[in-house]
Design a binder for this molecule. Structure first.
Ligand code: ADP
Ligand code: MG
Length: 367
């Protein structure tokens, strides 16, 4: 089922009466989600992710704009008629019901022509349980399950009615690191098998990048960029997106373009064409540094962090916006540990320039 947002907007009155105006939680969102895609909706807390999901499932009404499932305008359809499966961070299982009863719950409310026989319900409940691999837990109560198992039950419950659309709001946030990894692979597998169009909300860029076919990066209610995870990482449209994606984060310097050269401090670090002279923010990905004795960029070496395959070189620079600069270097050729400075050459494709005021990307050609 493809999903279309047309100028989707949601405003809330300001909570604080003294504060004037309103909160625009979702601001003019336009997007067509292809049938069967897994979309990661990504952004910091408060950027409008949950509000977007609530609009899609019908728990909230938009202030403006429309939502289509396929060709159906569902904007004013009540939630129960939309065919949406929902999973939340806190599982929201009924504590007094068994796993089986929890999963069956949505089927028991079906009325009229949709009403199911006991056998049919059981079939569907077990099919959903098998999908998330919890068949052996059917008699347990939620408090007899681990967090990961509870979340599987919640996912099975969302799948049992074979929804047209599956919405997951920070579903892994309550799980510990290992379960988080495992469960996100699980969700990816389930989505591939069912091919249900899925929107996965998270503030964790790593999670969104690894699981999604397409990511949508939001900031303060406004969509910043939409694309394949790698494409957005390799080609961010602005400083916010560049900073939001990647661990360790991108290194940002105050720089200047002057006479077809890019300067950081007094050092000309790259030849750049087709950019008028101006001050800029220079973003360099951690993997964009090459240790090179006669490299043009000199940083003060702080220490090395061994990561196994790689070494993270931690250094500082007067023009760095980040407290420290992290460069990822092949562990076989680390810098001299007690050196005062390190010299780097820079991989041009790992360097992005941004306008000092607007923070929009400035594209350059290599000199
Ligand atoms: P996210 O899920 O990305 O953390 P939300 O969608 O929950 O963000 O919230 C987006 C913005 O809308 C925030 O500024 C939040 O305070 C505001 N907001 C959300 N729900 C309400 C509400 N019911 N009333 C007023 N403001 C709200
Ligand atoms: Mg939220």
């Amino acid at each position: 089922m493809k999903i279309v947002f047309q100028n989707l907007t949601k405003k809330f009155p300001a909570r604080n009466k003294k504060a004037r105006g309103e909160v625009v939680a979702v601001n003019d969102f336009n997007f067509e989600i292809p049938d069967g895609a897994l979309v990661g909706l990504l952004g910091p807390s408060g950027c409008g992710k949950s509000t977007t999901l609530n609009l899609i499932c019908g728990l909230q009404k938009p202030t403006g704009g429309k939502i289509f499932f396929g060709e159906d305008d569902v904007t004013n359809l009540p939630p129960e008629n939309r065919g949406v499966g929902l999973v939340f961070q806190n599982y929201a299982l009924y504590p007094h019901l068994t796993v089986e009863e929890n999963i069956r719950f949505p089927l028991e409310n079906l009325k009229g022509a949709d009403k199911l026989s006991k056998e049919k319900m059981k079939e569907k409940v077990y099919a959903a349980a098998r999908m998330v691999q919890i068949e052996e837990l059917m008699e347990r109560k939620p408090n007899e399950l681990s967090g990961g198992q509870q979340q599987r039950v919640a996912i099975a419950r969302a799948l049992v009615k074979t929804p047209r659309v599956l919405l997951l709001d920070e579903p892994l946030s309550n799980l510990d690191a290992r379960l988080r990894l495992q469960t996100r692979e699980e969700i990816k597998r389930i989505q591939r098998e069912t091919k249900i169009t899925t929107i996965f909300v998270t503030h964790d860029q790593d999670e969104a990048m690894s699981i999604s076919d397409i990511i949508v990066v939001m900031k303060a209610g406004v969509v910043q960029q939409i694309g394949r995870p790698q494409a957005v990482y390799d080609d961010p449209v602005n400083l916010f997106v560049a900073r939001f994606l990647g661990t360790p984060p991108i290194n940002v310097f105050d720089g200047e373009v002057r006479g077809r050269r890019l300067y950081i401090g007094g050092e000309a670090v790259l030849d750049v064409c087709a950019v008028p002279d101006q001050p800029v923010f220079v973003g360099i990905r951690p993997e964009g540094f090459i240790l090179q004795e006669d490299g043009p960029l000199h940083c003060h070496l702080s220490h090395l962090e061994v990561m196994g395959r790689d070494v993270s070189v931690v250094s500082t620079h007067e023009n760095s916006q980040n407290v420290v600069i992290r460069s990822i270097i092949d562990a076989e050729n680390p810098p001299e540990e007690h050196a005062k400075t390190v010299a780097f050459a820079i991989k041009p494709r790992k360097v992005f320039l941004f306008h000092k005021e607007t923070e929009e990307r400035i594209r350059f050609e290599l000199g």
